[in-house]
Design a protein around this ligand. Structure first.
Ligand code: SF4
Ligand code: SF4
Length: 57
């Protein structure tokens, strides 16, 4: 299970990193990166948090 992050569209705002209850997303070189896809519970918080719709389930 995991989300898909369109890294080319990410502006590095950080909203998704604080939204994830499991802290699975971090910014690397100002781009959101999912650290542990297997741990993602597909709660959708990061999807809702992204102002640009960069993250999809
Ligand atoms: S769907 Fe939920 S658990 Fe998965 S990365 Fe997004 S906020 Fe984290
Ligand atoms: S909320 Fe969206 S634009 Fe902001 S860092 Fe996350 S993926 Fe990138």
């Amino acid at each position: 299970m995991s989300v898909n992050i369109d890294e080319s569209a990410c502006i590095g705002c950080g909203a998704c990193t604080s939204a994830c209850p499991l802290d699975l997303i971090e910014l690397r070189d100002n781009v959101a990166t999912l650290n542990d896809a297997d741990a993602c519970i597909e709660c959708g918080s990061c999807v809702d948090a992204c102002p640009l719709g960069v993250i999809t389930l």
